[in-house]
Ligand binder design. Structure first.
Ligand code: NAG
Ligand code: NAG
Length: 194
């Protein structure tokens, strides 16, 4: 009796495993471009990597890495740069010195999105060009209130070794020249990926 309950439980377990791992194939009525869709029964092991580097935002000199591409007619009257749109291609290095080892670049859009406070919309790809992450990217979409000590921005995706990435970045100003507006910011990136 005990034995048969045990074997029924085993059979049930076996059946449920079989159901979980069966691919769900599409029928002809489904989209022609859906090739397959299956339930992931055992999630792959996800890891969290912590990366640290320095972001160099250069406005001054002959080779700025941050350029203004557009602004609203009202932007000149705004103390918070509301309505300005800049494009960046900022170097990311291992140390706060811009001549320290280059590991990647932050490329994208930063837009003045605060009517009453100095707040920016940030939409960037962190593009790595060194070591095992060479060619992989992390996509950030977030808000930066530049004069707060720590700005947190969400990681919304990635490519290459950062495929399916999610997580967050913490940005802390290392130095900021109020005249030239050049800045160095320490980035701590906490990224979950496979
Ligand atoms: C805003 O100010 C800049 C610099 O003074 C000037 O070049 C630009 O034409 C102004 N833009 C508008 C829309 O008024
Ligand atoms: C990164 O990858 C590019 C393209 O494959 C290659 O040209 C470059 O040498 C690599 N850089 C490093 C530092 O490995």
């Amino acid at each position: 009796m005990a034995m048969s309950i045990f074997s029924s439980v085993l059979l049930l377990l076996f059946l449920s495993c079989a159901i979980i791992s069966t691919p769900v194939t599409s029928s002809k009525q489904d989209n022609d471009y859906l090739i397959s869709s299956r339930i992931i029964s055992h999630p792959a092991v996800e890891k969290q990597s912590h990366l640290r580097f320095y972001w160099h935002d250069i406005h001054s000199g002959p080779n700025p890495t941050n350029v203004r591409v557009a602004q609203a007619p009202e932007t000149n009257k705004s103390s918070t740069f509301f309505g300005v749109v800049n494009i960046i291609d900022d170097p990311l290095t291992t140390g706060p010195d811009v001549n320290s080892k280059l590991v990647g670049r932050a490329q994208g859009i930063i837009a003045g999105a605060g009517l009453y406070k100095l707040e920016y919309l940030v939409a960037w790809n962190l593009v790595f060009n060194d070591g095992k992450y060479n060619g992989s990217t992390i996509a950030i979409l977030g808000r930066s209130e530049v004069f707060t000590p720590v700005r947190e921005m969400p990681i919304v995706g990635g490519s290459g070794l950062f495929r399916f990435a999610r997580g967050y970045v913490l940005a802390r100003t290392y130095s900021h020249d109020l005249v030239t507006r050049d800045a160095v910011v320490e980035y701590n990136v906490f990224v979950n990926h496979y």
